[in-house]
Design a protein around this ligand. Structure first.
Ligand code: MG
Length: 272
């Protein structure tokens, strides 16, 4: 399990110092602005990746339109679930699939949204069809399509993977998201979706304490994930992918927290 960090695609692709400053050699390249998914930026990314010795293990693919990370408006704004943004976002994810194939990354990752728990919901099948359209496009380009956990329970994700049915699907397991959204315990979730996990976000958090708002993100090791046990279970199921540190704050505190997470992870990994 190699330690890496989320890296925002900025500065035309000259953005790998952010990873190198932590002594890390792998990152997920994340971007919400599809206008950057060009051949020119891809070329710069490839050059900078070689120059800095930093590998891109996946492209985290964002989409346009509103995004509200809460229980009230999340279901009508996030991912491929809201009908009014679905077609546009399918096209945007295809642009990121092109970009990922140009830079040699193995997959794109995104949030699909609050996928209906009820499989007889009339919106469930159209969401599955939209995901399949993107996944097939990825398949044609020789890359994977990985779901980031968050807005759905592990069993809904498992069911959706089975319904989409292509052979290039995987999961970017964000253990904190399962907690922040109150959707599951990440260690137990590995019994349900463990075999699909390709990357992990190293992020921690607390469960929600009211019905409208997510729980709070906290520094790694201070929340409910229980990382030493989580890492042990990942090892037991044979996970050997990347552990990508994600700290959703900015500034100096973010840098300090990432450094601390690197050192804590190294210590925990030595013990599993
Ligand atoms: Mg995440």
């Amino acid at each position: 399990m190699e330690i890496g960090v989320i890296n925002s695609l900025t500065n035309g692709g000259r953005c790998f110092d952010h990873v190198a400053q932590f002594g890390l050699k792998v990152c997920q390249l994340a971007c919400w602005d599809t206008s950057l998914a060009t051949r020119e930026v891809a070329q710069v990314v490839v050059e900078e990746s070689v120059k800095t010795g930093v590998r891109v293990c996946a492209v985290w693919a964002g989409w346009s339109g509103p995004a509200e990370w809460n229980f009230t408006r999340g279901p009508i704004t996030l991912g491929l679930v809201p009908r009014e943004y679905r077609a546009q976002r399918v096209e945007e994810l295809k642009r990121w699939a092109d970009f990922a194939s140009w830079i040699g990354a193995p997959a794109i990752i995104t949030h699909c949204g609050f996928i209906p728990e009820n499989m007889t919901d009339p919106e469930y099948q159209p969401v599955v069809d939209a995901i399949r359209e993107v996944a097939q496009y990825c398949q044609q380009r020789g890359i994977g399509f990985w779901f980031e956990t968050g807005q759905e329970t592990p069993v809904v994700l498992l069911r959706t993977i089975q319904r989409v049915g292509t052979d290039n699907l995987g999961i970017n397991l964000d253990p904190a998201n399962l907690i922040l959204y109150g959707k599951g315990n990440p260690i137990d979730a590995l019994d349900v979706i463990g075999r699909w996990v390709r990357n992990v976000h190293v992020k921690d958090g607390l469960y929600p304490t009211d019905g409208d708002h997510l729980g709070y993100e906290v520094p790694v090791g201070q929340g409910k994930v229980r990382f030493p046990e989580f890492l042990q279970r990942l090892k037991e199921i044979g996970f050997d992918g990347e552990l990508i540190i994600e700290r959703e704050i900015s500034g100096e505190q973010q840098i300090r927290d990432i450094r601390q997470a690197v050192s804590d992870l190294q210590r925990w990994l030595a013990e599993v």
